[in-house]
Write a protein that binds this ligand. Structure first.
Ligand code: ADP
Ligand code: ADP
Length: 229
């Protein structure tokens, strides 16, 4: 589903590479944790998958497409197949829960009937039935993250990328979000999650890739967090 072949990324303003000679593969349906200290290259990895950045050298394939050969006008099409969730939720503050999720379908031209059917179904899936008319500031942090997950998943993406999704949540709420991501993964969606959340990684026992200074230093199946930050 995702393949990096000898990928190096050097930002123009930077002396050392953000990622260096990274070769790795994520199979369809896998759940992968990306761990490593701040600045080790986790977000760069996620941005490269989305083609928000391009590699300095090397090749990247995502969902069967060679990103180098994917023309810029096809990038939105690639991104439709990838859901994203962030630490800071990134909801639209002036839209209701329903509208936040519906918006993801409206922008890709889905018909109103489908929106009316799919949005309540996904809100039900994430445990937010009954809250569809709330505004984001009327929700707890955990509920806001559930909206973000619903929005990322409503279009049934092939891949879900999550950048520190539990970073602003207390431990119990984080477990709830992880159960949701696990359930989404079980529907066949490939999940890649960058995290500093040691207890979550240690509880889930999924594949763990550790980066340090842009280099892959560990790739462990049913892995643990494995380092102190
Ligand atoms: P992480 O997500 O693990 O914290 P990042 O991928 O954000 O790591 O950063 C990796 C390295 O690349 C760091 O040295 C960071 O300072 C640098 N970096 C990240 N984004 C940019 C950017 N847009 N321009 C210049 N340097 C960047
Ligand atoms: P240019 O440098 O003139 O923009 P390129 O032929 O280098 O054109 O790139 C064509 C497309 O592929 C562009 O959309 C560019 O962002 C992207 N691209 C360039 N190099 C890579 C690479 N190594 N991996 C993935 N995409 C790339």
């Amino acid at each position: 589903m995702i393949r990096f072949d000898n990928v190096t990324k050097v930002y123009p303003t930077q002396s050392g590479p953000a990622l260096e000679s990274l070769t790795m593969e994520v199979e369809r349906g896998e759940f992968l944790f990306l761990v490593g200290p701040s600045g080790s290259g986790k977000s760069t990895f996620l941005r490269l998958v989305l083609k928000e950045e391009r590699p300095t050298s090397g090749r990247i394939r995502v969902a069967g497409k060679d990103l180098h050969r994917l023309s810029n006008w096809k990038v939105p099409h690639l991104r439709r197949r990838i859901g994203t969730v962030f630490q800071d939720f990134r909801l639209l503050p002036n839209k209701t829960v329903f509208e936040n999720v519906a918006f993801a379908l409206q922008v890709i031209g889905k018909p109103r009937r489908q929106i009316a059917r799919d949005v309540p179904a996904v809100l039900d899936l994430v445990g937010l039935d009954g809250k569809q008319d709330r505004m984001p500031d009327q929700l707890s942090g955990g509920e806001q993250q559930r909206v973000a997950v619903a929005r990322a998943f409503v279009n049934r993406p092939l891949i879900l990328l999550a950048d520190e999704p539990t970073g602003n949540l207390d431990p119990a709420t984080s477990v709830g979000i992880m159960k949701l991501l696990d359930r989404i993964n079980r529907t066949g969606t490939t999940v890649v999650m960058a995290t500093h959340d040691q207890s979550i990684v240690d509880q889930m026992r999924k594949r763990v890739i550790q980066l340090e200074d842009g280099r892959l230093v560990r790739d462990q199946s049913r892995g643990v967090y494995g380092y102190t930050r």
